[in-house]
Design a protein around this ligand. Sequence first.
Ligand code: NDP
Ligand code: MG
Length: 393
Amino acid sequence: MRSISIFGATGSVGEQTVDLIQRAGGAEAYRVVALTGGRNVARLAEMARALRAEVAVCGDASGFAELRERLAGSGVQAAAGPEAIAEAADRPADWVMSAIVGAAGLVPGFRALRHGRTLALANKESLVTAGPLLLAEAAAHGATILPVDSEHSAVFQALTGEDISAVERIILTASGGALRDWPLEALAKATVTEALAHPNWAMGQRITIDSASMFNKALEVIETREFFGVAPEQVEVIIHPESLIHSMVGFHDGAIMAHMGAPDMRHSIGYALNWPARNALPVARLDLAQVATLTFRAPDLTRYPALRLAREVMARRGLCGAAFNAAKEVALDHFLAGGLGFMEMAGAVEATLEALDAEMGSNLPQALEDVLAMDHLARVRAGEVARDRARSR
Ligand code: NDP
Ligand code: MG
């Protein structure tokens, strides 16, 4: 029986992973080692009982007593706090889902790779901040990383049986997010609720707003460069409002391989779960006659300054990816709290990168500790930048 662990089980990707595991027979079909959550202790305990996990860990240390109480008599061990999450990644499992949001997902992913596992990687922040280190860690321990981000899963699938040297370009599709059709002048006043109304994908709150600002696509451009090892200029972005083509690979002979399907994360999660097999998945089938038309448009960089910043991050290298990701997370916190306007997030991120230029270095990141230190520094600096901007409004 295959053993699995799910990090970030209570989140959007985590819940969809649990759904697929349950549909496949749950504890009868898989030995569930570790399930982790953050603050949602009730849901974590419920899924740990249902899947008969060995251990359930909540990232929030103050949730420990409640978790232990909810698991009493179930045979599931309870643990809490970041160190307990990292230790859970040391428990042997054949397949590990990395779906904690943000930089908190880095350490458990690295720890799982050290044990030579297959890591299904939803946590794109790992590649953006520490891509070369992550790939080196996987290679050193004979571990496999399978992309779960829908675009990267699409590219991975389009590359099956192909040589990466035959690739001319990788074209990432973007829905354009909730504010895609708003006039440029109106974007400055966009509220959190408006930015959350994503047209196609049901995702966690933070990634949904990052879709509207295209900070998510900016991360994905960097993620593509890191994961597939292509040059920055080979990665393109196109707005495709229907979200039915999940991304494309263009080859030197002019052929383009596109991956299509309903916008449902269970496709890419299920692909990673069943890889290299393709098992039936409970996703809607496309009726192309009904779809009738697919549309595309070039992204406007004045609307989406995050895409321009992604190019700068890739050119800068060093710890710039770590600074970019942290600054973006802080800018988003300030947008959520009302301190920064929707269009002010990119300016705050750019100012943070400029302020940290001397600290970033230009070589590849050398150690995970350096990445985590830059993450911390960039959060402090981005917080100062955001507060200054809020005061001078
Ligand atoms: P959610 O916000 O829905 O879920 C995040 C998960 O991480 C939850 O289980 C949450 O716990 C947990 N968590 C949050 N903070 C911490 C912490 N400090 N320590 C430990 N656990 C924590 O995020 P998504 O599922 O949307 O995204 C997860 C990852 O997958 C992200 O990196 C995202 O970019 C990526 N991704 C997501 C896609 C999607 O469709 N949602 C698509 C492609 C990639 P709790 O809820 O209990 O607090
Ligand atoms: Mg994506």
